[in-house]
Design a protein around this ligand. Sequence first.
Ligand SMILES: [Ca+2]
Ligand SMILES: [Ca+2]
Length: 380
Amino acid sequence: MDLRDIINMESNGEPEIYRLLKIGSFSVVPENSGFTIKQEEEPQLKIAMEKVAVTASAVKELVSPVWNRTKSMRGLLIYPVIFAVSFLIFYSTMNFPSLIAQAQGWFAPKQDQQILGKDLAAYNAWISGYFYSVSNKDLLAANNDYDHDGLTNYDEFVMRTNPTLADSDTDGTTDGVELINSTNPWGSGGMTTAQGKLRDKIDLNMVSERITFGVAANKKGTVNTASADSDNFDLTKPGVLSIPKLNIQAPLVFSRDPSEFDRDLERGVIHYPGTALPGNTGTMYVSGHSSDYIWKHDKFATIFTKINYLAAGDDIFITVYGKDGKVYNYRYRVTGQNVYSADDQTQFIDNTAAKLNLSTCWPIGTSKNRMVVSATLSPL
Ligand SMILES: [Ca+2]
Ligand SMILES: [Ca+2]
């Protein structure tokens, strides 16, 4: 076998010489040998390498935006976090009173819970809208009449009137008087049907009491020339009011605040805080129920129903217990009677003498006006 035979031999369809002369990519055949060596594996590898390169770059192209996006997403994530934290800080600082009101709702006094019941949360949210930053929670109490219009904060909540403004619609008539007179507290004219239904939930007798108290309170400083005796009165103990002609004998409770009127009126008749004390110069103002809600069953719900039967010359006796252990007795004689509206100041105006005005809502079963029986101090 000579070289020519070897060259012409075929292996797998290829000349054998190709196989013999190839070791990897290295060729032993001199470039000028005249043999043409078929290059096979190198191009394949090159192609394969190119493919890998292409694939890698494709993968890189494919992956890198996702990766970059992930990186930038992580960067973006900080903004909602910053927002949430800022919002919390803002909410807790700027809306602090509301938070306090809500918290107070959880620890609300029993009285508020009793008054408000299921309205507690709604009431706290509502009142905190008016009292933006108040540290004295008594102002927010359901039975407080902050603006002295005769309506408690809760009454105002029911009617949605302004608890910080006595006259919500600034028409010259206070909210309490508007309710008693059935006029619209939020505008002109009469009360709407819806307002009327809301008003039915409110104790108008008490509204009337508080209005009268507000008027009495305006007279403060012009009444009360204190006697030596009245310094010894123990006003924490109820005294006694007796009207022999009407067969009335009732505890005389020295009310300390309009918010306590309701409770005090269940115990007897009430002396208005700030008005003259028994025996003193000025007008002493004593109020009792002429009627009350039928479900209340107060012992004293109708105590003053018949005071209009008193006539000039009839006796009224007052007993007060002293801190010094003494009992102080006073006698007043009826001079006459008159009907006033709850906010009429003239029922308190006489400070020239030691006077007693007995008052009750009038006509019976309404709170529109006051029947006032006047008496003056007389020797025993
Ligand atoms: Ca009020
Ligand atoms: Ca008004």
